[in-house]
Design a binder for this molecule. Structure first.
Ligand SMILES: O=P(O)(O)OC[C@H]1O[C@](O)(CO)[C@@H](O)[C@@H]1O
Length: 186
């Protein structure tokens, strides 16, 4: 029997990527200016408050055709006024690139918007699998009281186009409406 040595020294625990090649990116509320509907409320929160953390394994240079990236994102529970904590959201720079997301722990929703600005959502729970089609903006919202963790796998040449969302936003936001998450058209 031949034993193969893994290419990397990354260990994939249930909701943790560990290893010296893992990149950690932390997004605090202070970095999310104009992302939430109520900017005044966002500005009033402690700007160091953690909204989400991403652990990523990027084994090839960004832009490489044919490579794959793996990430685990943890979104903390919380709200800005009536809007739940969420990721910034983006299209891919190479817009025809797809992506997988899967739910690991906690609960929330994946918000998806096509190029015609039709927005819909898919429930994320432990074990839910989500295929994000090409030309589709994606954002994850934590509607629970605990951390929402999810995995992601995307092509290394996909890139992130944050500008389209920064300029025009999603056409709907997930808001707490009397204790229930509802997509509100903006
Ligand atoms: O890049 P955003 O919109 O902040 O969302 C974070 C998540 O999206 C990814 O960029 C992958 O699409 C991951 O790094 C992470 O899972």
């Amino acid at each position: 029997m031949t034993t193969h040595t893994a290419l990397s020294s990354i260990t994939f625990f249930s909701d943790d990527l560990k290893g010296k090649e893992v990149i950690n990116k932390v997004t605090s509320i202070g970095l999310l200016k104009d992302v939430f509907a109520d900017e005044k409320s966002r500005a009033a929160i402690d700007q160091d408050k953690l909204v989400y953390e991403v652990q990523a394994y990027l084994p090839v240079q960004e832009g490489t055709l044919g490579g794959l990236y793996l990430g685990i994102t943890k979104i903390h529970p919380g709200k800005v006024a009536d809007e739940y904590f969420m990721t910034r959201g983006h299209f891919h720079e190479l817009s025809d690139r797809a992506e997988y997301y899967w739910g690991i722990k906690g609960e929330g929703y994946l918000i998806l918007m096509d190029r015609d600005r039709n927005t819909r959502m898919e429930k994320m729970t432990e074990g839910s699998l989500h295929y994000i089609q090409a030309h589709t903006a994606h954002r994850v919202v934590n509607t629970g009281n605990s951390i929402l963790s999810f995995g992601a796998c995307w092509p290394s040449d996909a890139g992130h186009d944050y500008k389209e969302i920064a300029d025009h936003g999603f056409s709907a936001r997930l808001m707490d409406q009397n204790g229930n998450p509802e997509l509100v058209v903006v």
